[in-house]
Design a protein around this ligand. Structure first.
Ligand code: FES
Ligand code: FES
Length: 152
């Protein structure tokens, strides 16, 4: 069985009930995706599956068969950052950084679905991603900027 992870075909060689998060971290060594609550509440494990934001701690590998999985490692590179990553730097969003790969994946999913979300739509889309460092206002500002409302 094959899935596509960050543009590469990958064979699934684990029990199909394994949480996708552990397949990514333990088998593929893609450790940018973090573990927090393990029960789909905190959002730190958020990745993209076919451009939708998904809690990778709470879906089995079987749900990724034949789909496009994208993790933080697949969004951009140091020399070619994703626009969301650029906005995160511009607005100095990350603090400790632990929640940020999930935050960025949720933001990318939002903008794929709705390139110019309203302030309320940003708030609604990001509300499920918790941040112990309280970066919420900076995340909102970065997304307002990406939506064309250029706050600084
Ligand atoms: S670790 Fe997946 S939502 Fe918290
Ligand atoms: S930046 Fe520290 S938990 Fe969000």
């Amino acid at each position: 069985m094959i899935t596509t992870v960050n543009g590469q075909d990958v064979s699934i060689n684990v029990d199909l009930d394994t949480p996708l998060l552990w397949f990514l971290r333990e088998e593929l060594k893609l450790t940018g995706t973090k573990f927090g609550c393990g029960i789909a509440r905190c959002g730190v494990c958020t990745i993209l599956v076919d451009d939708l934001a998904v809690r990778s701690c709470s879906i089995p590998v079987r749900d990724a068969i034949g789909k496009r999985v994208t993790t933080i490692e697949g969004l951009g590179s140091e020399s070619n950052l994703h626009p969301v990553q650029e906005a995160w730097i511009k607005h100095r969003v990350p603090q400790c950084g632990y929640c940020q790969s999930g935050q960025i994946c949720s933001a990318v999913a939002l903008l794929k679905a709705k390139p110019q979300p309203s302030t309320n739509e940003i708030h609604q889309a990001m509300a499920g991603n918790l941040c112990r460092c309280g970066t919420y206002p900076r995340i909102q500002n970065a997304l307002e900027d990406l939506a064309g409302r250029g706050k600084t």
